[in-house]
Design a protein around this ligand. Structure first.
Ligand SMILES: [Zn+2]
Length: 126
């Protein structure tokens, strides 16, 4: 595998290795636009050359978009279901359940919405 490189060595190049893949955190941060500017630029440069990490990024993007879609659909949930959701959110059960074990910390609203959305789909399927 070789890339056509511009002629002449780049003095800053030694710091960047094309085999240094983006970490999972970097991919997530890149997708969420949460990396520091320098890291964003590094990631961008790497992505130009690295198909593997590009695939990783697009997978992350798909996951993020799926959550966004679910959040959008939630707006169309009937008010009775919204009331149910509110009561579920307010009745905080004691002790960890399977969902809390899966999201021990950093549980986002979207994660909760996804759990609720699955429950709604299940109910409607009956
Ligand atoms: Zn890579």
């Amino acid at each position: 595998m070789h890339f056509s490189r511009p002629s002449g060595p780049n003095p800053g190049h030694r710091e960047f290795s094309s085999v240094e893949h983006l970490s999972a955190e970097a991919v997530a941060g890149f997708v969420d636009n949460e990396l520091p500017t320098i890291a964003m630029n590094r990631a961008r440069i790497h992505l130009v050359h690295c198909q593997e990490c590009r695939a990783e990024v697009s997978e992350q993007r798909r996951a993020a978009e799926r959550l966004r879609r679910i959040a959008d659909e939630k707006v169309e949930v009937p008010s009775t279901l919204m009331a149910k959701l509110t009561s579920i959110a307010q009745s905080c059960p004691e002790g960890p359940d399977a969902q809390e074990v899966a999201h021990p910390r950093g549980e986002t609203i979207l994660a909760k919405v996804e759990v609720f959305y699955r429950a709604v789909r299940k109910n409607q399927g009956k």
